[in-house]
Design a protein around this ligand. Structure first.
Ligand code: NAD
Length: 287
């Protein structure tokens, strides 16, 4: 079997096209969606991510406001900026680019964002709403994974989904989304992590395997069963090259579907961020 390659670039483009008329409609009603991105320090990878987010906004006609702050920024200064943005009616989404410099308390800062402007979906309010099956903002990367599956008509219902990784931004929220009794969900979900004994025993049970461990090429062909759907969330830099958590070469011949890195989940994250920003602005008009 040779897997179908899931084209995240194409799907993310499709999603952005679908957003265009919604943005246009908002603008016609006098409401331009606005996204504020806060970048503290000069982490080169974060700079690239922020630039890509700005470009995506520009292409869609979303107002984007970048706050570049020095790495010496204090907790109080950052909280004051978030307060200002929480009150700014031109801003519908606030995103603090992670990771933050060590002296800043990431949790306190993220908790300070108005949950109704939390387009990253990391605020405990939004994670709680997600858990009870009544989400406001879905976190962008997990939502991107769910969209890839549903737009490739990969039925999740009743399937064994195995997620490798239990972070608060990918693994855990994605598990919560896919386990809901809802459309594009209703799966039996297993979360594996660093304390999982006999990882292979779990991954070989997967109808759908989602790798979000940040460990380059750790998922090899021998860890998956024939016909598996493989979604690779990992982005790892190895010798100046980007590689996923999946050893693509050894898995591609066993899988039925597989995402590449780059060009798989990555582009989806930004598309879903745009979708959350548009949705946030729409809520102002329509409640
Ligand atoms: P993280 O480091 O916060 O979490 C990784 C998780 O994987 C941990 O919970 C850990 O328990 C588990 N893990 C690590 N090594 C493991 C192993 N050998 N076996 C079993 N479990 C293991 O990472 P994260 O923020 O969730 O990101 C995961 C990966 O996804 C990273 O490569 C990151 O760069 C990438 N990522 C990509 C996007 C995107 O847009 N495509 C977005 C976010 C993160």
């Amino acid at each position: 079997m040779k897997a179908t390659i899931i084209d995240g670039k194409k799907i993310s483009q499709e999603i952005r096209e679908e957003l265009k008329p919604r943005v246009q409609n908002l603008i016609e009603q006098g409401l331009k969606p606005g996204l504020a991105v806060i970048l503290v320090g000069d982490n080169p990878a974060s700079q690239v991510y922020v630039r890509n987010k700005e470009k995506a906004c520009e292409k869609l006609g979303i107002y984007s406001l970048k706050h570049q702050m020095p790495s010496t920024t204090s907790q109080t200064e950052l909280i004051q900026l978030i307060d200002k943005l929480n009150d700014d009616p031109a801003i519908h989404g606030i995103l603090v680019q992670l990771p933050l410099p060590k002296h800043l308390d990431e949790k306190k800062i993220l908790y300070h964002i108005n949950p109704l402007k939390d387009v990253d979906g990391f605020h405990p309010y939004n994670l709680g709403r997600l858990m009870i099956g009544d989400p406001v903002f879905l976190p962008c990367t997990p939502w991107g994974v769910q969209e890839l599956l549903s737009r490739y008509q990969i039925d999740v219902s009743r399937k064994n989904v195995v997620i490798v990784g239990r972070s608060n931004i990918v693994g855990k929220p994605l598990a919560m989304m896919l386990v809901q009794k809802a459309k594009a969900a209703n799966a039996t979900v297993t979360i594996c992590h660093t304390a999982t004994e006999n990882l292979a025993q779990h991954t070989r049970m997967a109808d759908i395997l989602i790798a979000a461990a940040g460990s380059p090429k750790m998922i090899t062909g021998e860890l998956v069963r024939e016909g598996v759907v493989v979604i690779d969330v990992g982005i790892n830099k190895v010798d100046d090259q980007l590689v996923g958590d999946v050893d693509f070469e050894s898995v591609v011949d066993r899988a039925s579907f597989i995402t590449p890195v780059p060009g798989g989940v990555g582009p989806m994250t930004i598309a879903m961020l745009m979708a959350n920003t548009v949705q946030s602005a729409e809520r102002i008009l329509h409640g």
